[in-house]
Design a protein around this ligand. Structure first.
Ligand code: MN3
Length: 297
């Protein structure tokens, strides 16, 4: 079962200006081959399909627990995209005028034509996320090796999106996810080390640039988030600590298995987009009905 908490994993400041083309670039971190949909679905299906789990429980629990964190990463990237699209749709204008004509030249018009100025399950080129991005051979060493590679690719993607936009909301999200993705990269390397004896220190880091070079990641590094693995369950997944222990390969700090979830940040409340009928063309009616329903509970 899944328990849901209506908070983001980190506080996300809203940008002052819309930035729809940069939002299109950020889509790569949501629906690209190395995006958060891919990390989520790889670890989720690997946990669903895990055979012999009692005999290999710490590995099963590590994969399951990280899958839960990845669901929150999708949420964070989606809200970043939504924030960057907010304000891009003009407030006024109606047919037969063409209030959306300025949006026609944007990189991804699906954000507005098919969605409410919100995130797509697609990459930066608008291609939908695909199920064959999931690798689940059933061979634990091979799957863990894949997961390590996936986290390396994800980290490279975040660095490149960071290089493509100086939007403060996008960079905040990139800084946080570079830090958390770094944790997962180390976690899978540690799991491989426990399973095969491979030298983790010689596998890291990929790509060869430290998170401490990125100011938006360094702030989380300085708070120690790079050495913390959270336990994303009220009662389960306690054996992750059998893998997440020892020292961090980069700075030698002691790894910490946190018994609970991050404090996180408030869920942003997105402005309605009346010109494209979001959440409906008669906002007052929806607001009135919702208020009446809320009084009944
Ligand atoms: Mn992630």
């Amino acid at each position: 079962m899944f328990l849901r908490i209506d908070r983001l994993q980190v506080e996300l400041p809203m940008p002052d200006e819309p930035d729809p083309n940069a939002a299109a670039a950020v889509q790569e971190l949501l629906g690209g081959r190395f995006g958060e949909m891919s990390t989520l679905m790889n670890y989720t299906y690997q946990s669903f399909n895990f055979r012999g789990r009692e005999a290999a429980r710490p590995f099963y629990e590590l994969i399951s627990n990280i899958a839960a964190e990845e669901l929150g990463h999708i949420e964070l990237v989606a809200h970043t995209i939504n924030a960057m699209l907010t304000g891009a749709v003009p407030d006024e204008g109606a047919p037969p005028a063409a209030p959306l004509s300025d949006l026609a030249g944007l990189r991804n018009t699906h954000h507005f034509l098919n969605h409410g100025a919100t995130a797509l399950v697609a990459n930066s080129m608008g291609q939908p996320w695909q199920g064959d991005y999931v690798f689940n051979s059933g061979d634990l060493v091979l799957d863990l090796l894949h997961n390590f590679f996936l986290e390396c690719g994800a980290r490279a993607g975040k660095l490149r999106v960071y290089e493509m936009t100086d939007n403060p909301t996008a960079r905040r999200m990139c800084g946080y996810l570079l830090t958390r993705g770094g944790v997962h990269q180390v976690a899978y390397a540690k799991a491989l080390e426990k399973l095969t004896g491979v030298d983790v220190g010689k596998m890291l880091p990929v790509p060869g640039i430290s998170n401490t070079n990125i100011p938006e990641a360094k702030q989380f590094h300085d708070q120690g988030l790079h050495k913390k693995l959270y336990r994303f369950s009220p009662d389960d997944y306690r054996s992750c600590g059998a893998i997440w222990n020892g020292t961090h390969p980069e700075d030698g700090s002691t790894l910490e298995f946190v018994d609970g979830i991050p404090e996180g940040g408030a869920m942003p409340d997105l402005d309605p987009q009346p010109t494209i009928g979001v959440p409906g063309f008669d906002l007052a009616e929806i607001t009135d009905l919702a208020a009446k329903l809320a009084k009944k509970v």
